[in-house]
Design a binder for this molecule. Structure first.
Ligand code: GLY
Ligand code: MN
Length: 496
């Protein structure tokens, strides 16, 4: 719905003066909206102060981004850029096209939030503009209400261009959020090219998010809890999932239903991978059957309305019990996950966490005779043979983005010292491709990943996703409790 010209051929909105006169009148006075301070507002203010301290005197432009076109005149559901959400506290109800500007002031920066507020009844917009009219997309909040909710001065978006043109100081922009705003800033800075400094700003904003504040941790806990419910739903639906030719799609649908009910959406596309599909790390086609006897790998996370997301993986035996070889592989992955979490505490690095998991992965794959060298030799930097069976990393930071803080420098991310308040995933796996001749036949086509979301505490760590069954025995009991009982009631048979 980006451009009215694309809808003009089929538009039937009347244009007569008599109609326009009629449609503008006869509306009840607008009630004041929700003008209470949002709980995120004070946290966002503290975050903006930290940006100020890092980048004094710069004029910092942080767009929410436009609605993204899916095809023709239809758009994807809007989701604000994470830097914008972080610095405003505005979540799933942010208005597309909004822009936060931090203007240098005597004591740091003065924040100004530009957005397109509700159009008055004296305009044509509210009924005739499919892009933003409230008859089409619903009412937008007023400048006054948003100012009260977020504790930020608000301005009409129409004033942004003049404001950026007239102020003084060096402009910096989060470049990947909104191409039009970036182009405007670039024009205003010509002939100077500020893009290199812009990228340093993006890096700084990414690094600021490495340590979570208490609001963020509470939101991540809510995301994990909603995700727990989504996994329960999938387990409970296994009989119907098995009965459908594209059972993986039902897994996706069941989880997404919970994500939409409890939160904003899924934080990334659900990975629902039955059997050998589990060996395709980002399997998101999800168009295969879920077959009794196979393992079902589900990697999914609910993004709550504040836009924080969980990222959890569980691997389930579809028929309710692991075969001996599945259990063997599962136990190795669980051991790697437990070894990784055991080392987590302030002062070590994410690389240490990875190394702890890799020691187990190397040891087990060596035990099974899969490596051409010993486990110890394989762990050498120039060997790494065990990584054939787990090519991905052991974890990543988690927050507003599933791969949070991705622009942070390696020396503060992978090699950075862990601090209390950091949240990351621990997600070792083992994947034996169906055509991998280095592994015995019975291993081929087995893929297992166990992924938890871990908070660094003062003395160690807390597994935020511990309530989702993890051990092989717990997983079997979970399926028996939620699913097999259903099977008996529904009369659907699960073959084993
Ligand atoms: N959950 C997908 C990933 O971490 O890449
Ligand atoms: Mn992950």
């Amino acid at each position: 719905m980006a451009d009215q010209s694309t809808t003009s051929n089929r538009s039937t909105t009347p244009t007569s003066e008599r109609f326009r006169d009629f449609v503008r009148k006869g509306w009840a006075a607008r009630e004041g909206g929700d003008a209470f301070p949002h709980v995120a507002a004070s946290y966002a203010k503290t975050r903006r102060h930290r940006v100020s301290a890092l980048r004094p005197r710069e004029r910092i432009v942080v767009p929410a981004g436009p609605a993204v076109v899916r095809s023709n005149d239809m758009e994807y559901r809007f989701r604000a850029h994470s830097a914008f959400a972080y610095l405003t506290g505005w979540g799933s109800d942010a208005v597309p096209g909004s822009v936060l500007v931090l203007e240098p002031s005597a004591d740091g920066h003065r924040p100004l939030l530009y957005f397109r507020a509700t159009a008055g009844r004296d305009t044509d917009e509210f009924y005739a503009n499919p892009e933003v009219g409230e008859f089409w997309t619903g009412p937008r909040p007023s400048l006054r209400d948003v100012a009260a909710q977020l504790g930020i001065e608000t301005r009409p978006i129409a004033e942004l261009g003049d404001a950026l043109r007239s102020g003084s100081g060096t402009l910096r922009v989060v470049r990947d959020a909104d191409a039009e705003v970036t182009a405007l800033v670039d024009r205003l800075r010509t002939p100077n090219d500020g893009s290199v400094e812009d990228r340093l700003l993006a890096r700084d904003l990414s690094e600021l998010r490495l340590v979570k504040d208490s609001y963020e941790i509470a939101e991540l806990r809510r995301a994990v809890d909603a995700t727990r419910q989504g996994f329960d739903d999938v387990v409970a639906d296994l009989p119907a999932i098995v009965a459908h030719a594209r059972g993986e799609r039902l897994v996706e649908g069941t989880f997404t239903r919970r994500a939409r009910a409890e939160g904003n959406a899924v934080g990334y596309d659900v990975i629902a991978a039955s059997g050998a599909h589990a060996c395709i790390l980002h399997w998101m086609r999800n168009d295969g059957p879920v077959v009794p006897g196979d393992l079902l790998l589900v990697d999914a996370g609910v993004e709550v309305d504040s836009l924080y997301t969980a990222d959890i993986t569980r691997t389930l035996p579809v028929s309710g019990t692991f075969t001996p070889i599945q259990r063997l592989v599962y136990a190795a992955v669980l051991q790697a996950a437990d070894a990784a979490r055991a080392v987590v505490r302030p002062g070590i690095t994410l690389r240490d966490v990875h190394d702890a998991a890799m020691e187990v992965i190397a040891a087990r794959t060596a035990d099974w005779g899969l490596l051409p060298v010993t486990a110890e030799e394989s762990l050498a930097e120039d060997a790494q043979f065990h990584r054939r069976y787990m090519v991905h990393g052991t974890g990543h930071h988690l927050g507003l983005d599933v791969h949070d803080c991705a622009l942070a420098r390696r020396e503060v991310y992978l090699n950075g010292v862990l601090q209390e308040g950091m949240v990351f995933t621990i997600e070792p796996g083992l994947y034996f491709q169906p055509d991998d001749l280095t592994v015995p036949q019975e291993f081929r086509g087995i893929g297992v990943r166990i992924e938890d979301n871990v908070l660094v505490t003062a003395s160690g760590s807390k597994n935020l996703s511990a309530a989702i069954p993890r051990t092989a025995d717990e997983v079997e009991a979970w399926i028996a409790r939620l699913s097999i009982a259903d099977v008996r009631h529904s009369g659907v048979r699960i073959e084993s």
